[in-house]
Design a protein around this ligand. Structure first.
Ligand code: IVH
Length: 688
């Protein structure tokens, strides 16, 4: 390429970069909704800076490289910083840091190690607070470093901002600078609430902090979990501060200005590097995000001698940690099936170095998240890896969407067992319906099947199920009934006697009830009480398997969601096959005609429960009553049919007695469940 052509190409690239950077500045500083990770933004800036250095004739005063930060947003009064709020030079390696230390010592003419302070680099929003005669008067954001936004009212709502300095000895005017951050826990909670309300979420705690502080209504800020950490001084009038940064920060603390507990005075650059490693280890445990550490020359007179270069002090440097967010391409999506049948979408990524490791897979959480974030296969996405947390896809870079992206579709069949996949309307999570058959759900299904309130196979615990499944002896619950003595004694820690006992327990379990069997199948949301209601209502498995949604919904306690789960479970041929094999193996129960649907025997009756029952939980009691058509209320009134009293009843008993409402003890209650037609008789006995 000729020199002119190359120059022309550089000019066009410079313009394109400036346009792109301005766009991202706007998203970041004005909307608090950045679209690309910081690391990517830094790369764009770096490329622009390099091109401008090579072609100085293209430098313009309005280039993003000539400015420190963003412009103040409309709506806030502007505050001019008398002492500019500058930024820090970045170092990404030990070599960068050592070179900086060398420059510092050369300039100062110091041969030995310099005293530095080392502290976390907070990933929040820089602010400055002016205290006059010890009283907080004005607070502002950094803005472009020269002018920021007046956010005094919002800063006042933050608990860790003292409205008045403690102690004494502060200068008449003191400008304290620091960072507003949102702790991760508060950030998660804020986003959870936003999601529940269908509102926009923040991409990370830093943006949440910025967005919260730059609210025009301070009442909104007041509800956000914000904190402040101070780390620098601006203007000082009418008073003196100590001769070192470290001691200044100790004074800050005495005055009630919060300073990080991780502030250290260290010996030379080796001390700095040790601190860096220590903080990198601590990073995942800190309650807030940090993106590196900051080293500062401790002596203030030396800071003054070193002075500034363009936009950053020579006496300080930020030693950055590996970025926790990076940008990469989403190549494909795989679906993982969990123990409960939940399908989780996993992003297959173009490998990217993030958070200190190469990441090629990340979770996409569920279908709802995919839809909310509008992620497609082929998109550029932001991947986040923080500490030991599973890497996740946080968002998509919409402005870089290639034309040939494909939507992410929920598979119709389980990728593990081929059974149908369903996602009930309104639910985020899709599931495999082959609960009895799917290898991913095998162990769970067997444990549940054998549990005490289901088929009650004594001795079949987790360790044993693991072995049976891992050795391939049991693929589904029906296989349990074909286990042999020989197979069992081949297992670890299984003697002759315990094998015999287990076989007997399995044999005993064959004699069961329809309710237990239904519960044992592990149909989603069919608990014991629902299983019992279904058994009572239909009387036979055959009728339940062929019941329509509408027929199922006639059973008290069965709503549309549960009905749907039941229909789907029995529609899956794999499940029907396992049931058939269970019956062939000799599992049996008594059937009856069923109680034809229609009003229940306790229809229109209202009961109140109080105290602890011995034979069932309160929840079960409630369900059993509901299954008979009764209503269960939380408070006693004259219209209450009866109050059912367990041990240690509460004030409801007293109220029942006062109102003359009949009282049933547990014995009478059990009699009622068995013979609801005897209600009146029982009520008479229980008249209070
Ligand atoms: S000192 C003149 N100390 O990093 C130097 N800055 O990238 C004043 N920051 O604008 C800054 N933690 O928002 C300093 N412990 C710390 C910091 C810190 C975070 C931020 C601050 C600054 C930016 C520069």
């Amino acid at each position: 390429m000729s020199a002119t052509a190359e120059r022309e190409r550089a000019r066009r690239r410079i313009e394109a970069l400036r346009r792109e950077i301005r766009h991202h500045d706007y998203l970041y500083y004005v909307l608090d909704q950045p679209e690309i990770p910081d690391a990517e933004y830094d790369r764009l800036m770096e490329e622009l800076r390099a091109l401008e250095a090579k072609y100085p004739e293209f430098v313009t005063p309005d280039s993003p490289t000539r400015r420190v930060g963003g412009q103040p947003a409309a709506g806030f009064r502007t505050v001019r910083h008398e002492v500019p709020m500058l930024s820090l030079e970045n170092a990404f390696s030990e070599a960068d840091v050592r070179a900086w230390d060398q420059r510092v010592r050369d300039r100062l003419g110091v041969a030995g190690p310099v005293d530095y302070t080392a502290e976390p680099k907070f990933d929040g929003l820089a602010v400055t607070l002016i205290y006059e005669d010890g009283v907080f008067t004005v607070g502002a954001t950094r803005g472009d470093g020269i002018e920021g936004e007046d956010v005094t009212a919002n800063l006042r709502t933050i608990r860790s901002v003292p409205l008045r300095l403690h102690g004494s000895g502060w200068p008449q005017v003191l400008e304290a600078r620091g960072e507003v951050v949102m702790p991760r826990a508060g950030f998660e909670a804020l986003n959870r609430r936003a999601r529940e309300r269908g509102e926009k979420t923040f991409v990370n705690p830093r943006n949440a902090a910025a967005g919260s502080l730059r609210q025009l209504d301070p009442r909104v800020t007041a509800e956000r979990p914000l904190e402040v950490y101070f780390y620098a001084v601006g203007k000082v009038e009418g008073g003196e501060l100590p001769a070192t940064h470290y001691e200044t920060m100790l004074r800050f603390r005495e005055w009630g200005l919060r300073v990080t507990e991780h502030l250290r005075r260290v010996d030379g650059i080796d001390g700095c590097l040790r601190f860096h490693d220590e903080m990198l280890r601590l990073r995942p445990e800190l309650p807030y995000d940090i993106d590196g550490v900051v080293y500062k020359v401790d002596r203030i007179d030396w800071q003054q001698r070193l002075g500034f270069v363009s936009r950053a002090p020579r006496w300080a440097i930020a030693h950055k940690f590996p970025a926790q967010e990076e940008i990469t391409r989403l190549r494909d999506v795989e679906w993982q099936v969990g123990r409960t049948g939940a399908l989780t979408p996993v992003a297959i990524l173009e490998p990217v170095f993030v958070g200190g490791a190469t990441v090629s897979r990340a979770t996409l959480h569920n279908m709802d998240e995919i839809e909310r974030k509008d992620i497609h296969i082929g998109d550029w996405v932001i991947v986040r890896r923080a500490g030991d947390v599973i890497p996740e896809v946080v968002s998509v870079v919409a402005s870089r969407r290639p034309p040939d992206v494909r939507p992410i579709l929920l598979p119709k069949k389980c990728p593990v067992c081929g059974s149908a996949v369903v996602r009930p309307p309104g639910e985020a999570i899709a599931r495999c319906t082959g609960g009895l058959y799917c290898p991913a759900q095998r162990k769970n299904a067997i444990l549940h099947f054998a549990s005490r309130r289901a088929m009650d196979i004594d001795g079949l615990g987790e360790k044993l199920v693991d072995q049976l499944v891992d050795k391939g002896l049991v693929k589904d619950v029906a296989d349990l009934y074909h286990l042999t003595h020989e197979q069992l004694i081949s297992l670890e820690r299984m003697g002759d006697k315990s094998a015999q006992n287990l076989l007997e327990a399995i044999e005993r379990s064959k004699e069961t009830t329809l309710a237990r069997f239904l519960y044992a199948l592990g149909i989603r949301e069919v608990g014991e009480a629902t299983a019992r209601a279904l058994a009572d209502h239909f009387g036979s498995l055959e009728r339940i398997m062929h019941a329509s949604r509408e027929e199922l919904e006639e059973v008290p306690d069965v709503g549309p969601v549960v009905a749907e789960h039941i229909v789907e479970f029995f529609r899956e041929p794999h499940n029907r096959e396992v049931i058939q094999r269970l019956i062939e193996a000799g599992v049996r129960w008594e059937e009856h005609e069923g109680r034809p649907s229609g009003p229940g025997p306790l229809d229109g009756r209202t009961f109140v429960l109080t105290g602890a029952l011995q034979h069932m939980t309160r929840e079960e009691a409630r369900e059993r009553l509901a299954a008979l058509g009764a209503r269960v209320s939380g408070s006693v009134s004259r219209r209450t049919t009866a109050v059912i009293v367990g041990e240690n009843p509460g004030s409801k008993l007293a109220k029942a007695e006062r109102l003359g409402v009949p009282v049933l003890d547990e014995q009478a209650f059990l009699a009622l469940l068995a013979h609801p037609e005897r209600l009146n008789e029982l009520l008479e006995e229980g008249e209070s």
